[in-house]
Design a protein around this ligand. Sequence first.
Ligand code: NAP
Length: 327
Amino acid sequence: MHSAKLGDLDVGRIGLGAMGMSHGYTGSGSDDAESIRTIHRAIDLGVTLIDTAEVYGPYVNEELVGKALQGRRDQVVLATKFGLISHTGRAAGSADSSPQSIRTAVEGSLKRLGTDHIDLYYQHRVDPDTPIEDTVGTLAELVKEGKIRHIGLSEAWIPTIRRAHAVHPIAALQSEYSLWTRDQDEVLPVLRELGIGLVAYSPLGRGFLTGALRTPADVEKLDDSDFRKTHPRFTGENFQRNLAIADEVQNVADQVGATAGQVALAWLLAKGNDVVPIPGTKRVSRVEENTAADAVELTAEQIATLDALPVAEGGHHTDEQMKMIER
Ligand SMILES: NC(=O)c1ccc[n+]([C@@H]2O[C@H](COP(=O)([O-])OP(=O)(O)OC[C@H]3O[C@@H](n4cnc5c(N)ncnc54)[C@H](OP(=O)(O)O)[C@@H]3O)[C@@H](O)[C@H]2O)c1
């Protein structure tokens, strides 16, 4: 596995998203043993960056990751997130990055993960009711205390990133970035100016770019708790229009002799060694397929074909969730 840099943090250039093992997608929580095997296989294949969050489950995804990492903690760069659960009594669903809430959150995450430090601790969503300076100031204290090693933000936009970085170096921004979600193209030059890495979440378009969902009936069959059943890109006319993107990714994959998912990842890897996709899967066979994208090289012509694709029809979250995303 090639390496990548998030600020001054070294990671394997493809990570593993653990969310779907417990939360959000069909089959979540149904086979923890396979999820743990998937984490172990990922580590054997050179993955170091393992991504979870307090809110996944909530809590159970961190517990699962902690269990999987027993005896392997020092082989990984362990990343988790706070800020979507309030520990100060704010209404459910409100962001809370107040110093008091962070202090409670970090102790819970350390316990569930079975570790004495978190390598990369992200604010999950910007909290409009807490100045970012107060949030990052508290995180800087946690760095000094040795409870966390590096600080990250998620779905923060440029002015907040600059303000945060002025308080303490930010190692990584984690935001949705993939062939069908390209708004990070605008942020990347700023991250490079500041020396911040970009962790690309949902790099497979929540599975859509792999070609796994081809018809409305495929979406209908998903679990009722699966986000995609109500996701604007997976429903109605948008779903039909977006199939043209998946078709084109498959065309390039056929030329390359790779899978469509691998091409979606290789397109991100071609951006540079400061862009780290964290594809999510709970299956050994898929973590093997996804990490093998490390060896897939696209030609300039293939990259140009992919660059020319339209972005997806439909927002990248529901309207309600988009209110928490800074733009
Ligand atoms: N910061 C944030 O706000 C935020 C938001 C969303 C996600 N994330 C993080 O980013 C990680 C990745 O994003 P994501 O899980 O939303 O989306 P993703 O990686 O784009 O796609 C995951 C989906 O694709 C399927 N899949 C994975 N590999 C596949 C393959 N080779 N062929 C066919 N299907 C495949 C998975 O199913 P199986 O599991 O059944 O294989 C799952 O349903 C998450 O796990 C989480 O850690 C962060």
